[in-house]
Design a protein around this ligand. Sequence first.
Ligand SMILES: Nc1ncnc2c1ncn2[C@@H]1O[C@H](COP(=O)(O)OP(=O)(O)OP(=O)(O)O)[C@@H](O)[C@H]1O
Ligand SMILES: O=C(O)[C@@H](O)C(=O)CO
Length: 421
Amino acid sequence: MTVLGCIADDFTGATDLAGLLARSGVRVSLRMGIPEEEPSDTAPFEVIALKCRTAPVDEAVAQCRMALDWLKRAGAQRFFWKYCSTFDSTAEGNIGPVAEALMDDLGASQTMYCPAFPENGRAIFMGNLFVGELPLAESPMKDHPLTPMRDSNLMRLLAPQVTGQVGLANRLAVARGTEALRARLTELQDQGVAHVVIDAVADEDLYTIAEACRDMPLMTGGSAVAMPLPALYVRDGVLAADAERAVRPDLPNKTIVLSGSCSAMTRAQVCEYSVNAPSYRLDAFDLDKRGIGPALAWLAKQDLSQAPLFYATAEPETVRKAQEAFGVAEVGEMIENALAELAQAAFSAGARRFVVAGGETSGAVTQALGVTRLDIGQEIAPGVPWTYAESDGEKIALTLKSGNFGKEGFFADALKVLEDQ
Ligand SMILES: Nc1ncnc2c1ncn2[C@@H]1O[C@H](COP(=O)(O)OP(=O)(O)OP(=O)(O)O)[C@@H](O)[C@H]1O
Ligand SMILES: O=C(O)[C@@H](O)C(=O)CO
């Protein structure tokens, strides 16, 4: 029986959430897209990964509602809406509109928002989101290719996205503990506040928040605030503790690394990895002119046991030029399609291990590989686990890395963690 039904707005976000929930040892099932079949063999924690972070609002809302229906049919009574720890959204949404639609469907009068992820340097204080020591709008997120974040204040970001009132439960309320936080939420509810941003700067805050909010019909946030939920549900007696970690299947070591993220961290990771590994840079202008042919020809000459890298990862200035020439969505899609086609070609050439960087990129790659369900394995870095799946009847391992996650040596670390299991 499913205890918590989760909907994630992108694929790396979904593996991040599934990985943190799975730290508890409880079974977590991750489905890529809304399953076509009715729920069966469901896990206590079901995560549905969508690719709706930058979709038009109506489309994102409709998809999330369908996911909610499926999760209800799986027996879930509590739900979690997972978005990025850097609150990535366009001016229109989709964080607020989806939350509001899910609240309507669940008859919820209030929900909470907490994208904090202290292990990865995301903290919220007085409603302002920090990335490391920088306010969000001064962090590299200001240059994101699809969702540049130019304000750090979560209430200001959220208010235009929702019809209900937005308020704050600040760190002082959180620091006073679960009961004080509950009292603050009730006080805000009495004032008609439906959308409550909650401050958190450290893991202890997340435990307090999860404890205070665990019975809300809908919680929303990054992955970290959901991490304490399995243990709390076991304590409440609504969930039995059953450790069931997925085991790595036997796989040939043929590997491909695909990077479509342009985040500062991925840029550093690509730079470090390409010193020793064979690597091929995908350039938007070249793709437009000559198509994918030259990249496929390069791939055909590679020894996949050397884990070659394809990357479109580029500096903000290069991204800007390509966006001006082709349009933001158009160039994003062109590159996602290219990386998806290269993933298919690598699979045909025998690759069974896939390291993918970037949420949108991961969505494109997993869709191209026809992956519909993933088991969560060993964590490589906070929020980035290995996952195991099937593609065309073959077992494969995939890691889907959020743009900003992992250290400089992530790609090599990922290969080592898989080898060591
Ligand atoms: N050189 C480039 N020029 C323009 N757009 C690019 C370039 N390289 C990648 N892109 C596009 O930028 C987008 C990057 O988004 P993606 O979600 O994959 O990474 P991310 O946002 O860093 O990761 P996450 O969502 O996990 O934080 C994709 O649509 C990708 O196709
Ligand atoms: O929360 C995060 O930062 C990540 O899980 C993510 O959503 C990346 O797209």
